[in-house]
Design a protein around this ligand. Structure first.
Ligand code: MD6
Ligand code: FE
Length: 211
């Protein structure tokens, strides 16, 4: 049967960095239900940076280890510091999506052990940073956007490199690694809006092989 719908639009945003528009749409409600379940066991919280600033993005984690920050630094930790309990396990729908998207982007054998779950409310932002707390930079990072749209900044290997502005909307998946693995990136302040599935929020899942 002729199928005119092309849900798999790919946009190359850098060397070995690809945006797969709508790649997560088929499982969006399953992803959001899983986020709800995770947050029920490990609440979203605004963590403090080593510099003493409270982040505007609220975070939680699932997987064998979770990304945390406090006054002593950034690290991956097997337990939620708020409760002392292990992070909730990676749901199958998360693991499958991350693995399959990475494979389609040219990164075989990606089995993430960490998923950072970010919750943005209007005004929340993430300043330019590199993801460099992982042990092996040969593994890519897979990022899934849900809910309100945001502007993603995709820069270069130097903080001063002028970033590309990439709109990320509900269901988008970004995979990057290799030559782009240590690129500076960030998210501009979230604009207010009302999304049918998430109301006034944006969620982002970032999958990594940390250990
Ligand atoms: C976000 N994402 O989109 C934040 N990091 O909310 C990230 O910081 C990120 O999307 C590494 C790779 C992909 C990302
Ligand atoms: Fe990042």
């Amino acid at each position: 049967m002729l199928d005119l719908f092309d849900p798999q639009e790919r946009v190359v945003i850098g060397e070995q960095a690809v945006l797969m528009r709508g790649r997560a749409l088929a499982v969006d409600t399953a992803l959001l239900a899983a986020i709800d379940a995770i947050a029920g066991r490990a609440s979203f919280r605004r963590m403090v940076t080593p510099g003493g600033y409270e982040m505007s993005v609220a975070m939680t984690n699932c997987g064998r280890v979770g990304w945390v920050t406090d006054r002593t630094g950034y690290r991956y930790a097997p337990h939620d510091p708020a409760t002392g309990r292990p992070w909730p396990p990676l749901p199958d729908v998360f693991a499958t999506l991350a693995h399959d998207a990475a494979t389609e982007a040219g990164f075989a054998d990606f089995f993430p052990d960490a998923c950072l779950v970010n919750c943005y409310e209007p005004g929340a932002r993430l300043s330019l940073h590199q993801d460099k707390d992982e042990q092996d930079y040969r593994h890519p990072v897979v990022s899934v956007s849900l809910g309100l749209p945001a502007t993603f900044q995709f820069g270069g290997l130097k903080r001063g490199d002028r970033p590309l502005k990439v709109p990320l909307t509900h269901g988008d998946v970004v995979v990057w690694g290799g030559a782009s693995r240590l690129v500076f990136h960030g998210v501009l302040a979230l604009k207010d809006g009302d999304h049918p599935l998430t109301a006034r929020r944006r969620f982002n899942l970032t999958f990594r092989k940390a250990l």
